[in-house]
Design a protein around this ligand. Structure first.
Ligand SMILES: Nc1nc2c(ncn2[C@@H]2O[C@H](COP(=O)(O)OP(=O)(O)OP(=O)(O)O)[C@@H](O)[C@H]2O)c(=O)[nH]1
Ligand SMILES: [Mg+2]
Length: 449
């Protein structure tokens, strides 16, 4: 389904990779091409705009990691952005309720509700070991209830016996009662579709929902209808409230726009994709896997990940060894501040030290306000190089100058000086304790914990 988008992106990247160093103009033109590729894949305009804006900011600001080319870095960024757009993490089906757990399928006519009901029932039976009952509330389309009965039979799942003349709410009530009495784990309600969204349909769905209190309300949407599918999903969510999306006909030649926009337009995750008419042609939706399927550059993505990992390990090791030597001047502090956001700062440094245990987690968990970090950085930047290496030089008049230089108060400067002093003292004690002392948990005392 993503073939066309995939081949366009591959083309853009192969152009980019021919260049060694990327100028801002190179990035600009790559972004323009990516934008066109996404629009052609039928991704919603606001989604494309956000995507490009944030991608471009990251691409320009990306730090060059040794052994990785700028083009490879951009590919990794696009990959991460795609995965984020698709929803970052796989959203598993929610089964955490008192049985019988009710799930309701909603969607337009022909979107694949009945088929998906059968597929989901089969999956819940086989993968989750659940006893499943299905019931059709579609009294409008002739033979709709029989269709679900057939599908259920194929999947060897029980379906609620058909009673002619019953209204949807009566069927719901009977289904709930049967599921309760006969000890089912899950009850799937297949609802009727309509050609268009109308108030009658919505009212009925709302009433069924109120009566059955479903744990999951799954919108079944046809990926071949592109942006329409997304708009329909949005309306359904606003009116009925959905908890997830099943995207069908992903095996078709849709352009991918629906899959890419769904999450960000509706705020709801895609939970499953239908990839064929057969009952087992149904998969959990894995954003990262789909993203790499679109880009088809898994090797580069993992290369960049590895390289970035190595760099932080190297830096952290260097820092740890300075700490072991009992050193900590303002350059170290500046280094720390700059890494706080990037790699978990002191917390990740601590990992390199032996015997840190819980302390490490505590420090890593501590929330750090980026504004404070920025201020502290400004103070250090208004010191001279000499002052940074020899903090002892910083007397009263220098403090005033530093405060003026960064537009903060002398108190702010004093605070930071104290902080550096404390770190320095700590490092000295650390050195005295040595690795053995730390193993015995001596470091905990050091921090007063
Ligand atoms: N290729 C493909 N076909 C599918 C998929 N899901 C459903 N279909 C087909 O789409 C058609 C309609 O599916 P149904 O499950 O009957 O759709 P529905 O939403 O229940 O339709 P109504 O009850 O009329 O609203 C059937 O022919 C299915 O076999 C899919 O993921 N891939
Ligand atoms: Mg149906």
């Amino acid at each position: 389904m993503f073939q066309s988008l995939s081949s366009k992106l591959t083309g853009i990247f192969s152009n980019l990779r021919k260049r060694g160093v990327l100028s801002e103009a190179d990035i600009d033109s790559a972004m323009r091409e990516i934008r066109v590729a996404l629009l052609e894949a039928d991704v919603a305009l606001p989604v494309v705009k956000d995507f490009i804006t944030s991608l471009k900011a990251k691409a320009l600001g990306a730090e060059v990691v040794a052994s990785v080319s700028p083009a490879q870095m951009v590919i990794k960024l696009v990959n991460d952005h795609l995965a984020e757009l698709l929803g970052s993490e796989t959203q598993a089906i929610n089964l955490a309720g008192t049985p019988p757990v009710v799930m309701m399928m909603v969607g337009l006519q022909g979107s694949g509700k009945t088929t998906s009901t059968g597929k989901l029932a089969l999956r819940l039976k086989n993968k989750h070991n659940k006893k499943v009952l299905v019931a059709s509330l579609d009294i409008y389309r002739p033979a709709a209830q029989q269709q679900l009965e057939q599908v259920a039979k194929q999947a060897q799942i029980n379906s609620l016996p058909i009673v002619t003349g019953e209204k949807p709410l009566q069927i719901t009530e009977r289904a709930l009662k049967t599921a309760r009495l006969e000890g089912y784990d899950v009850l799937l309600l297949d609802t009727a579709g309509r050609l268009h969204i109308d108030t009658e349909l919505m009212d009925e769905l709302k009433a069924v929902k109120k009566l059955s209190n479903p744990l999951e309300t799954l919108l079944v949407a046809d990926s071949l209808t592109g942006q329409d599918a997304v708009n329909i999903a949005k309306t359904f969510h606003e009116q009925v409230g959905v908890t997830g999306i099943i995207l069908t006909r992903v095996d078709g030649d849709g352009r991918g726009g629906a899959a890419l926009s769904m999450r960000s337009v509706t705020g709801q995750p895609i939970k499953f994709i239908g990839i064929g008419e057969k009952l087992d042609e149904f998969e959990e939706f894995h954003p990262a896997r789909i993203a790499s399927r679109i880009l088809d550059m898994g090797d580069i993505v993992s290369l960049v990940e590895k390289a970035a990992e190595n760099v932080s390990t190297e830096e952290a090791e260097k820092m740890a060894s300075r700490m072991m030597e009992g050193q900590f001047d303002f350059n170290d502090l500046l280094d720390q501040l700059r890494k706080m956001n990037k790699m978990g700062g002191i917390g990740s440094m601590m990992k390199m030290l032996p015997g840190m245990g819980q302390l490490k987690e505590k420090m890593a968990d501590a929330k750090i306000d980026p504004k404070i970090l920025a201020r502290q950085e400004a103070i250090i930047l208004s010191m001279t190089k000499k002052e940074r290496i020899h903090p002892k030089l910083i007397n009263a008049s220098r403090r005033v100058r530093i405060a003026k230089g960064c537009g903060l108060t002398v108190q702010d400067v004093n605070k930071l000086l104290k902080q550096q002093q404390q770190m320095q003292d700590m490092m000295k004690k650390l050195k005295k304790l040595g690795a053995k002392g730390m193993m015995r948990g001596g470091l905990g005392q050091l921090f007063g914990m």
